[in-house]
Write a protein that binds this ligand. Structure first.
Ligand SMILES: [Mg+2]
Length: 270
């Protein structure tokens, strides 16, 4: 990590973002607020980071963006008053409740119908069908022969998914049905900036998907008079693109928590 990019050596740049009239902190969760754990369920947000977020919520706009469902992100961070953007930007938990983005809402019924059809058509023990509203998952980890199960699921869902205009993606022992919409953390950040008319944005993140958010912030500040900084949380497994694209660096999750505490102090003395 180049010392010159460490946030403590660049506090003037951060202060200049904080001096804007509508400041937002938008943060990734896994690997940024929490250390990466063996399973997603085991990951925990550092208490120092959570306390700082709870203090920041009273001072600026605070949101978390995750590949997790919005409700799961909210459970994990557990700070009231924050906005939680889940499922790659397709859903939002705000203090007013859970909202799907309008384009996603058009596909909710089709996803639900397709999952019910698949459940009936597939006579396979061990399949778990999960209707997440904005997306659907068919898990086959528990099947005796996962490869046969994978093929059977794909055969069953492909044609009806095509007819309904839905996309199919494959993950680790899971097949996902999703709206054919291009959502990523970059589009999610841009829509938070627009909806909350932010003029200053700080975004810490640690992974390849966060690079989309970094680039969105950099494009936004180049095209508008917005002030934004992409902050790479650099750990031992951090992909090169994160360190390279980030404007400034944080030295892992403990340092992210220290950074958030510093923000609280800065906003109080400003
Ligand atoms: Mg992450």
């Amino acid at each position: 990590m180049k010392q010159t990019k460490h946030w403590r050596q660049n506090t003037d740049r951060i202060r200049s973002v904080l001096s804007r009239d509508r400041v937002g902190l938008i943060t990734d969760i896994d690997g940024t607020l929490s250390s990466i754990a063996p399973t997603p369920e085991a990951a925990q947000v550092l208490p120092a980071g959570r306390d700082a977020l709870a203090a920041l919520v009273d001072r600026i706009f605070v949101a978390a963006i995750s590949g997790r469902a919005a409700e799961d992100a909210r459970r994990m961070v557990g700070v009231e008053g924050m906005t939680y953007v889940g499922n790659h930007g397709m859903e939002r938990w705000t203090p007013a409740g859970l909202k799907l983005t309008p384009e996603v809402e058009d596909y909710v019924d089709a996803i639900s119908d397709l999952l019910r059809y698949a459940e009936a058509a597939l006579d396979l023990a061990g399949i778990i069908v999960e209707d997440k509203g904005s997306t659907g998952s068919i898990h086959y980890r528990q099947c005796d022969d996962p490869e046969t199960a994978r093929q059977a699921i794909l055969d069953a869902v492909r044609t009806p998914a095509d007819c309904a205009g839905l996309g199919i993606t494959q993950g680790r022992r899971v097949i996902e049905v999703r709206p054919p919409l291009a959502y990523d953390k970059g589009t999610a950040v841009q829509s938070l900036i627009d909806d909350h008319r932010l003029t200053g944005v700080l975004y810490p993140g640690d992974d390849t998907t966060d690079v989309d958010a970094f680039r969105a912030i950099q494009a936004w500040r180049a095209e508008t008079d917005g002030a934004g900084l992409a902050l790479g949380a650099i750990g031992p497994e951090t992909p090169d693109a994160v360190a390279k694209t980030a404007d400034l660096h944080l030295a892992g999750v403990e340092d992210v928590a220290a950074f958030l505490r510093w923000l609280v102090g800065e906003l109080d003395t400003a």
